[in-house]
Design a protein around this ligand. Structure first.
Ligand SMILES: *[C@@H]1O[C@H](CO)[C@@H](O)[C@H](O)[C@H]1NC(C)=O
Ligand SMILES: *[C@@H]1O[C@H](CO)[C@@H](O)[C@H](O)[C@H]1NC(C)=O
Length: 372
């Protein structure tokens, strides 16, 4: 009897899934599972105890779906992954994994596991107290997958995950922690830059392989951008306007190169059933900073919100608000760390349709249409 009960229960759940799939949600549409840091966090940090939050105005001021209210995104509007999803036809954004109102059935649209202040390395971001490191984000996906297998069965889950896009936008906080002399590194002396890059790449590779074992097949791995040029790094190193901190950018370029190499290797080992796309956000962002006038910006130096000097707090309180620029579309930087939506739109469109120098071996639109 018990066995029959379980079977009929699982059949009815499967029926529910099929009905949802065929009638309510476009199952053949865009599904993405998002991993990363504050560049793509869609609100997870709102639900943990942390100093890294974007839950108050003016964050989200240009986010239409919330009517300009903060959503936990660390920018004025949409993130790069929001924009890419929309361009590929997604009707809504993957909800944050930690949001209590995230329904298990939203798995069909994908889930966002990203968390501000997190890094590839578990230690990264400890000064912010709460954050979900990459390893835990992948663990959370494992929970989602168990749910899917219960509802849909092994075969459907495998088919479903095979088509979904898995993006990882992470590594910036690891670098930021490493380059700040005031932050102790694992309580020991710092390892060499070379070894640090290797730690990042090898720890990230472990998580990529784990996701692959769990059924992920289409990957976007975003390199680290030119953090030597963000207002925070410029200010703490007292660099004059227009200058970037070369040492930080060198460290990042070394990391990106190693990362790209590992992704080539993974493509050889695990392709063509699996494909790992390297997204060269470094070059796109650098081009925007250098040629900002050509892209329609008026300021590529300071943040729109929070002023030019530490502590760079972007907020809007009763009577005391931080400085906010007049025209957010004219700024490359929203706050001392994050790009504006205007910059995100440019980056997203380049990643979608760019050539091999921007996205290799194929671009994101091709990845979306990729069938092995
Ligand atoms: C991962 O990073 C840690 C430092 O956080 C390092 O000790 C460890 O060796 C790395 N793991 C691998 C497999 O490289
Ligand atoms: C704002 O300023 C007004 C008058 O200056 C004052 O009465 C009020 O208490 C202030 N509110 C807050 C939240 O500080």
């Amino acid at each position: 009897m018990e066995v029959i009960g379980t079977i009929s229960q699982s059949i009815s759940l499967r029926t529910i899934f099929i009905v949802l799939c065929l009638e309510v949600l476009p199952c053949l549409g865009f599904t993405s599972f998002v991993f990363g840091d504050s560049l793509v966090d869609a609100g997870n940090n709102d639900y943990i105890f942390t100093l890294s939050k974007a839950d108050s105005p003016p964050y989200g001021i240009d986010f239409k779906a919330s009517g300009g209210r903060p959503t936990g995104r660390f920018t004025n509007g949409r993130t790069i992954s929001d924009i890419i999803g929309q361009e590929l036809g997604a009707k809504s954004f993957p909800p944050p994994y930690l949001a209590p109102n995230t329904q298990p059935s939203s798995i069909l649209r994908g889930i966002n596991y990203a968390s501000g202040a997190s890094g590839i390395l578990d230690e990264t971001g400890f000064l912010f107290i709460g954050r979900v490191p990459l390893r835990e984000q992948v663990h959370n996906f494992e929970q989602s997958k168990s749910y899917m297998v219960n509802v849909m069965g092994e075969t459907s889950t495998r088919q479903f995950l095979k088509k979904a896009i898995f993006s990882l936008t992470i590594g910036s906080n690891d670098v930021l922690n490493y380059v700040q002399p005031s932050i102790p590194f694992f309580g020991h002396d710092k390892v060499s830059p070379n070894m640090f890059q290797d730690f990042m790449v090898s720890n990230l590779t472990i998580q990529l392989k784990r996701l692959h074992e769990l059924g992920a097949r289409k990957f976007i791995v975003v390199g680290v951008g030119p953090l030597g040029c963000i207002p925070f790094i410029r200010a703490i190193n007292l660099l004059p306007g227009g200058h970037c901190f070369g040492e930080v950018n060198d460290l990042i370029q070394g990391y990106n190169k190693k990362l790209n190499g590992v992704l080539d290797q993974l493509n050889q080992e695990l392709g063509p059933e699996a494909i790992f796309v390297y997204a060269n956000s470094y070059d796109i962002f650098m081009k925007i900073i250098v040629n900002y006038h050509q892209y329609g910006f008026e300021d590529a130096n300071g943040p729109c919100c929070g002023g030019y000097f530490p502590p760079f707090v972007c907020f809007k309180g009763g009577n005391t608000s931080s400085a906010l620029c007049d025209d957010r579309s004219k700024y490359v930087f929203w706050d001392a760390y994050h790009p504006t939506e205007a910059a995100n739109v440019i980056i997203a469109k380049r990643l979608l349709d760019g050539d091999e120098s921007i996205s290799s071996p194929i671009n994101i639109r091709q990845l979306y249409n990729y069938n092995s």
